[in-house]
Design a protein around this ligand. Structure first.
Ligand SMILES: Nc1ncnc2c1ncn2[C@@H]1O[C@H](COP(=O)(O)OP(=O)(O)OP(=O)(O)O)[C@@H](O)[C@H]1O
Ligand SMILES: [Mg+2]
Length: 146
């Protein structure tokens, strides 16, 4: 497990950006942490690290949003999912997430992953962000085999 301390939102962004360099495609990232912990902030940095040009926001209204990653990279697509409003795993299946999970040229990240635990692939990278106080966070990253 890797553990990082973040003192402000820039450090969380930077943590995501540098973590992106470890990815090769096909990974599913399961993000867990309270409201306002910094899941989206981490993923904004990650997206930048993957070469995404558009700003990544919470896909609250569409649940799933895809972005084009760097053209000359193995990772072509960044798929951002926010499961907060989902009431059932099946809603996500209906959106075709399983195709993204299996795609070797896609990195998929799911905020509020604990809400859709039942449909996560066997192997995920769990990213847990713990809220300590207004600006301090602990970020834990570990591989998990369900
Ligand atoms: N160390 C930090 N890391 C990340 N965000 C921080 C930090 N300190 C303060 N913040 C603030 O906390 C908020 C984090 O918001 P963010 O949208 O990333 O959280 P989230 O976990 O995605 O929340 P939600 O569950 O609503 O999607 C931002 O307003 C950011 O400015
Ligand atoms: Mg968010």
């Amino acid at each position: 497990m890797n553990k990082f301390q973040s003192k402000n939102e820039r450090e969380t962004f930077a943590c995501g950006e540098s973590f992106a360099q470890k990815l090769t495609g096909g990974e599913v990232l399961a993000l867990v942490g309270d409201l306002g912990a910094g899941k989206t902030k981490f993923l904004q940095g990650l997206a930048k690290g993957l070469g995404v040009k558009h700003k990544v926001n919470s896909p609250t209204f569409n649940i799933l949003k895809t972005y084009q990653a760097k053209k000359d990279s193995q990772i072509k697509t960044f798929c951002h999912i926010d499961a907060y409003r989902l009431s059932s795993d099946k809603d996500l299946i209906a959106l075709g997430v399983e195709e993204y999970f299996q795609d070797k040229n896609t990195v998929t990240a799911i905020e509020w992953a604990e809400k859709v635990r039942g449909i996560l692939p066997k192997k995920v990278i769990m990213i847990e962000i713990e809220y300590l106080d207004k600006e301090n966070r602990i970020i834990k990253i570990k591989k998990v085999y369900n």
